[in-house]
Design a protein around this ligand. Structure first.
Ligand SMILES: Cc1cc2nc3c(=O)[nH]c(=O)nc-3n(C[C@H](O)[C@H](O)[C@H](O)COP(=O)(O)OP(=O)(O)OC[C@H]3O[C@@H](n4cnc5c(N)ncnc54)[C@H](O)[C@@H]3O)c2cc1C
Length: 567
């Protein structure tokens, strides 16, 4: 099946829904006008359809493997990565002085999502490099930046991110990898890291690992962690890959999906590394990478969902079963319901993704702290809702296929298996939700309130043309405001945490209503108005059940004893 990058959807969202025009109105991004962005999206879309999409099945059917310690990637992945690199898509938002395009993250987010829709497991490779580029740009010494950034941006070298250890997953502070100063400005890094995405490949000249480890005087917990850049090959005097470093891929994980992306167990045995950021300041540096990656993973969810949707629609248009006007299943009401839900949900999650990216760009361009708080608040929502959407849409895609959905040849199941991990890595969606109701509400709910005000203001304006839809969004907003006030007033954090996932989902539902309403106003009588009506009438009401759950407190979740849970 061919993949068609959703370029026109992006153009509509940027120009009519999320207010992209604020970005080129800044000095920093003055050149990234809508016309330029359209040309970029079209070019990227072509690459996604022609180069990446044909590789999607290869990754699943012929996974990466280790041959005598050498990692072999899926057929065509090397050429695919080269095409991504040559198109400049790795360094889209990286600084121009190091060879990047200097584009807004909003544009990079759109392109990343399209690449994820075409081939998720390959797209993860440039995504990892992008996160590393951003971390080095902000925290590394000039010498490191000058050597590594051009090579990472050009795709000559690739980047990884090493946090997880067997005993340290969500609790990164429990890690035990060590780093000892060598006395010459370098460090000897030792320890085992698990689940390292693209921990090796056979198409880049060097693999650069960002590794979290503890210095001898590093205290316990996250405050005692430092970040090190540990390359597979030590650069020689000319900056070319030289002697092999003391690290290796011990094994590859056997996964339920995303087979084209090698997930490595990495062993570091006194490997030479360079400090990035301050001693014991590793988490601050890593957070730069993680925030970028969280938005990126949200985009992976939406992208995979888009691929699954296109797959399901193509099947529904061909499959003959039962008596319908067209003779195919696409005219059964329940099949239409599924397709409409998929499309409406993708629209909502894509809009949230772009709104988050836009806030990051505006903060970078203006230095305004309000944009920074907005970006911080929207990041966990974009990550968790984007990936939940991808999973739900891919699962519905299987259902649209009927029995064929359960049969691997149809390709529908691959979307389901591949996208499932996006709710787990880069901070599980549970951890994202806790972040939303705790750290992101340390302002007493101010940012949540500001967003709610904004949604209500638009709903007031929409009353003139879309009174019913506007009223539904306005009412949903009031319920969200009440729930937010309830959450903020809870002293026992367990009461907030117990309802954090339904709260995040409800917030996303209401934001989805907001962006659909904007689309309805911009496309009166058009398909986006019809889709908005579907979402606001049939999907937005879900917020009320979610908010009831969000405000129920922790006691009920602990109501059963451990014996009763097992009983
Ligand atoms: C395919 C794949 C690729 C990955 N790639 C990378 C990578 O490139 N680099 C890297 O460093 N890591 C990577 N990871 C690791 C990933 O980030 C972790 O798996 C994830 O952070 C969860 O950690 P864990 O697996 O130890 O689960 P756990 O932390 O054990 O979590 C188990 C469950 O408990 C919940 N939980 C844990 N702590 C809390 C808490 N405090 N409050 C509430 N609930 C909690 C979780 O939400 C989850 O539901 C990858 C994982 C996979 C599967």
């Amino acid at each position: 099946m061919t993949f068609r990058a959703p370029v026109s959807e992006y153009e509509f969202l940027l120009n009519h829904v999320v207010g992209y025009d604020a970005i080129p109105a800044t000095d920093r991004f003055a050149e990234a006008t809508s016309d330029v962005v359209s040309a970029i999206l079209n070019e990227a879309g072509k690459m996604c359809g022609e180069v990446m999409a044909p590789l999607q099945r290869n990754g699943d059917l012929t996974p990466a493997y280790l041959e005598n310690g050498v990692l072999r990637t899926s057929p065509g992945f090397g050429d695919g990565f080269k095409a991504i690199a040559e198109g400049g898509w790795i360094g889209m938002s990286a600084p121009e002085e190091y060879g990047g395009m200097g584009l807004p993250l909003t544009v990079a987010t759109a392109v990343n999502e399209m690449m994820a829709g075409a081939c998720l497991s390959l797209q993860l490779a440039p995504l990892m490099s992008q996160g590393q580029i951003e971390a080095l740009e902000h925290h590394a010494s000039d010498a490191i930046k000058e050597l590594y950034l051009p090579k990472l941006i050009s795709g000559e070298w690739s980047g990884t991110m090493n946090l997880t250890e067997p005993q340290a997953g969500s609790d990164v502070g429990a890690l035990s990898s060590k780093a000892v100063p060598n006395g010459d400005g370098t460090y000897a890094v030792s320890g085992q890291k698990i689940f390292i995405s693209w921990g090796d490949n056979d198409f880049c000249g060097n693999i650069c690992h960002l590794v979290l480890a503890r210095l001898p005087d590093g205290g316990p917990g996250t405050k005692g962690i430092s970040l090190f850049l540990v390359p597979k090959f030590l650069p020689d005097a000319d900056g070319n890959p030289g002697k092999a470093n003391d690290l290796k891929v011990v094994s590859l994980e056997h996964k339920m999906g995303l087979h084209g992306s090698p997930t490595c167990v990495m062993q570091y045995d006194g490997a030479i590394g360079w400090l990035v950021g301050a001693e014991h300041g590793g988490m601050a540096a890593m957070f730069t990478m993680m925030n970028n990656a969280r938005l990126g993973v949200g985009g992976q969810g939406v992208g995979a969902g888009e691929g699954a949707y296109q797959h399901a629609l193509a099947y529904a248009l061909e499959r003959k079963q039962g008596r319908t006007a067209s003779g195919t299943i696409v005219d059964h009401a329940d099949v239409r319901r599924m397709l409409m839900e998929m499309k409406a949900e993708l629209f909502a999650s894509r809009a949230i993704l772009l709104a988050c990216a836009q806030a990051i760009d505006m903060q970078a361009a203006t230095g305004d702290k309000t944009w920074a708080s907005r970006a911080a608040f929207l990041t966990p929502i974009a990550k968790a809702f984007g990936t939940d959407t991808g999973i739900r849409v891919a699962e519905t895609g299987v259902q649209v296929h009927g029995g064929m959905g359960f049969i691997e040849e149809s390709g529908a199941a691959q979307y389901c298996r591949d996208v499932r991990v996006t709710a787990i890595y880069e901070g599980t969606n549970g951890i994202q939700s806790m972040d939303l109701v705790a750290r992101k509400m340390m302002d007493g709910g101010e940012m949540a309130s500001a967003l709610i005000d904004e949604i209500e203001e638009q709903a007031e304006r929409a009353r003139a043309t879309h009174p019913n839809m506007a009223e539904s969004v306005w009412q949903a907003c009031e319920s969200l405001r009440e729930a937010t006030e309830w959450l903020v007033s809870q002293q026992d954090m367990q009461d907030r945490f117990a309802g954090s996932v339904p709260y995040l989902r409800a917030f996303a539902r209401v934001l989805g209503g907001h962006y659909h309403l904007a689309a309805a106003m911009a496309d009166q009588g058009g398909p986006r108005e019809k889709l908005a009506r579907f979402y606001i009438t049939r999907m937005l009401p879900e917020h009320s059940g979610l908010l009831a759950h969000a405000q129920a407190g922790a006691a009920g979740t602990f109501a059963l004893s451990l014996e009763e849970l097992a009983g």
